[in-house]
Design a protein around this ligand. Structure first.
Ligand code: MMA
Ligand code: CA
Length: 237
């Protein structure tokens, strides 16, 4: 019986040379090679399937995790934007950007949109330049800054010819004009009335309408009381 087993082992060993199910058997005399069939080195099919399944599951979890955090941070951004808004009511229009991302461009209720900004004219406030700027800043805005004829035309279009309105332009000293938002004062895009600015003691500026001359800027004392125009960037949601 023992010799039969030895024969069977010997036959298989010869067929598969040194590799195969018997490769783990130590080199030993034939008679003493009592070696049990070992499991194949390569993983079995169910094990491979399980491994692939686990891998797929891990990838799915990773992708879900990444998408979740992306959405989470996007939400945080929107929340921050909403927190920054001091206005209760917004008027928004759907705006399609070059990147085809649809967003909402908004101006507070009672503010008028033009380009990338919103404009507000005080109807009841008549105040000094400082008070007017403070009033704008409480609304997350500043006194209006004008950089083009188009902007000048839009703004004068929403004003009354009967009033003067403070704008965000100041004499920083020695007739050095500065815009409130620190953008450069460009001499070629100014709309002074003829003969203005005319007084070193008039360090603030209003926009007003003069009969026969139309709309333009005039330097006046900062303590004078006038209406004003506020400007803020549009809110994108
Ligand atoms: C007012 C005052 C000045 C302005 C002149 C123009 C009399 O002063 O508004 O700032 O330059 O009018 O005549
Ligand atoms: Ca003047």
């Amino acid at each position: 019986m023992a010799s039969e087993i030895t024969y069977a082992e010997l036959r298989i060993t010869n067929e598969s040379n040194s590799s195969g199910p018997f490769s783990r058997c130590p080199a030993a005399p034939r008679e003493k090679r009592i070696c049990h069939l070992s499991k194949p080195v390569s993983p079995s099919l169910p094990f491979t399937c399980l491994l692939v399944l686990l891998l797929l599951l891990a990838i799915t979890f990773l992708v879900a995790f990444i998408i979740y955090f992306q959405k989470y941070f996007q939400l945080l951004e929107v929340k921050k934007d909403i927190k920054d808004i001091t206005h209760k009511e917004l008027n928004c229009i759907k705006y399609v950007s070059v990147m085809e991302d649809k967003v909402w461009s908004c101006c507070p209720k009672d503010w008028k949109p033009f380009g990338s900004h919103c404009y507000f004219t005080s109807t009841d406030l008549v105040a000094s330049w400082n008070e007017s700027e403070e009033n704008c800043s409480h609304m997350g805005a500043h006194l209006v800054v004008i950089h083009s004829q188009k902007e000048q035309n839009f703004i004068t279009g929403i004003l009354s010819t009967a009033s003067g309105y403070f704008i965000g332009l100041l004499d920083a000293g020695n007739r050095q004009w500065r815009w409130i938002d620190q953008t450069p004062y460009n001499e070629s895009a100014t709309f002074w009335h003829r003969g203005e600015p005319n007084n070193d003691f008039e360090k603030c500026v209003i926009i007003n309408h003069r009969l026969n001359a139309g709309w333009g800027w005039n330097d006046i004392p900062c303590s004078d009381k006038h209406k004003s125009v506020c400007q803020m960037k549009k809110i994108y949601l």
